[in-house]
Design a protein around this ligand. Structure first.
Ligand SMILES: [Zn+2]
Length: 451
């Protein structure tokens, strides 16, 4: 049997539909939203209480649960069913030579959802209590309803329904309940480091994509540039070395790199244009800025988002070259300026480059069994042809794809523009529909025989 030629009976889908407990899904979502999981050590809030609540719930369903501490207060819960497929069952896998996923003897589906949420910001801008999880008409309001506690509850309720239905699956499911997605993504990195991802053959990233199937996502490369000149009185700029002209040239240079990328790679159908965006300019980057003080050090942060085809290595080389060129240009500018004024200054302005994030863009073949499964499940539940799209931001899925070559599909309930806004909400009907889609995706994916 080929992976996608699966025979799923109406009885199987009915059994699963009957086993999905909508009431429990709503209750579970609200319970999670009411636990403030903003990572804020000063305020004493973190993911831990929510993760322990989930672990408790999952154990009551009869799932195997492993808790991993990523950092103090920050835990991952690994929820597995039917049984964890050990690496040894994959034979003598040499980790240096990755085996194509299609050759794995068993499929392991991962559902991934994160427990952290971003800050509610100024709570005066909210009409609803940010951690109140209030139901008004057909919506639940609160931080995390959309991104992504509703979807996290949906994936777990879907797993519970599959278990309750009593249907035998050819393979197993790992529910990755991960911390720190909104920050440095240390949760997913820890998950990978501990080997949990080694047996995963396909993953559903449970994030608010409004029911669309996102098979691709932009890459991210973030750069911190530190420009070192010399501080002086604003009235005596010749006693120092101003960093401002270097910043101007750098911004110009990044704009040129963006234009070149647009010219060369064009607009991706699902992801849009590549971008090089200077987002933060700080001069000085520490201490108070004063109009009559010429700062000695400045900082420029640049957020680069890439599309398939762009090489991050090439971009890094271009940036190193840009900083070299700008450094030379500015030093030369100061040398000739000083010659004109008959001055002798130390004109050694420096630019230090740090790459602080490097995540490639991801692209899962739409013929991969995980995409086929999500497509079938979406059609079956909604009666509509699925919309294929790209994820504009980065998710934990980026690491699974980049480090372990795991095919990923990002999907879930929730308007895509609502995350991180005030009055965040999720539509209850769409959330219930999502739990059904997740469950049938798993059914389809784990009914096919691996090639
Ligand atoms: Zn999210």
């Amino acid at each position: 049997m080929k992976p996608d030629q699966v025979n799923i009976t109406d009885e199987a889908t009915r059994k699963i539909a009957d086993a999905i407990d909508s009431h429990e899904l709503i209750t579970f979502t609200r319970e999670l939203v009411k636990i403030n999981t903003v990572w804020d050590p000063d305020a004493g809030t973190c993911e831990k209480p929510a993760v322990l609540h989930i672990a408790d719930w999952a154990e009551r369903q009869g799932f195997q649960v492993e808790l991993n501490t990523v950092a103090p207060g920050r835990l991952n819960a690994i929820v597995t069913w039917p049984e964890e497929i050990r690496k040894s069952e994959f034979g003598n896998r040499n980790s240096e030579i990755p085996i194509p996923h299609s050759e794995f003897p068993k499929r392991v589906l991962m559902f991934e959802g994160h427990t952290d949420v971003v800050t509610p910001g100024n709570i005066n801008t909210w009409n609803y209590e940010p951690f109140g999880a209030k139901i008004v008409d057909d919506r639940i309001y609160g931080r995390g309803t959309n991104d992504t506690k509703g979807n996290l509850a949906a994936m777990l309720v879907a797993m519970a329904a599959l278990k309750k239905s009593g249907i035998n699956l050819n393979g197993s499911i790992i529910g990755g309940v991960l911390c720190d997605e909104e920050g440095d993504m240390t949760g997913v990195q820890d998950f990978i480091r501990r080997g949990h991802a080694d047996t995963v053959t396909g993953a559903v990233i449970c994030e608010p994509q409004d029911g669309m199937l996102c098979f691709t996502q932009k890459g991210a490369l973030r750069v911190k540039l530190t420009i070192q000149g010399k501080m002086s009185h604003g009235a005596m700029p010749l006693a120092g070395l101003n960093t401002a002209p270097a910043i101007a040239h750098l911004i110009d240079g990044f704009h040129q790199l963006e234009c070149d990328a647009i010219e060369k790679f064009g607009k991706d159908k699902h992801l849009g244009w590549p971008s090089f965006t200077p987002t933060v300019i700080l001069a000085p980057f520490e201490g108070e800025a004063q109009l009559n003080v010429m700062p000695g050090e400045a900082r420029l942060l640049v957020d680069i988002r890439t599309v398939p085809g762009q090489s991050h290595d090439d971009i890094r080389k271009d940036i190193v070259l840009l900083t070299k060129t700008v450094t030379e240009k500015i030093r030369e500018h100061y040398r000739s300026h000083d010659a004109r004024l008959n001055l002798k200054r130390d004109t050694r302005l420096n630019i230090k480059t740090d790459f602080i994030t490097d995540r490639p863009c991801t692209f899962t073949d739409i013929n991969d069994p995980i995409v086929k499964a999500a497509d079938w499940a979406t059609r079956r539940i909604t009666g509509q042809v699925p919309v294929y799209a790209g994820v504009p931001g980065a998710t934990d899925g980026t690491y699974l794809w980049a480090s372990k070559n795991i095919p990923i599909i990002t999907m879930g309930a929730g308007d895509r523009e609502v995350p991180h806004q005030a009055d965040e909400w999720v539509n209850i009907d769409q959330l219930i529909e999502t739990a059904h889609i997740y469950a049938l995706t798993a059914l389809h994916y784990l009914s096919g025989e691996p090639a």
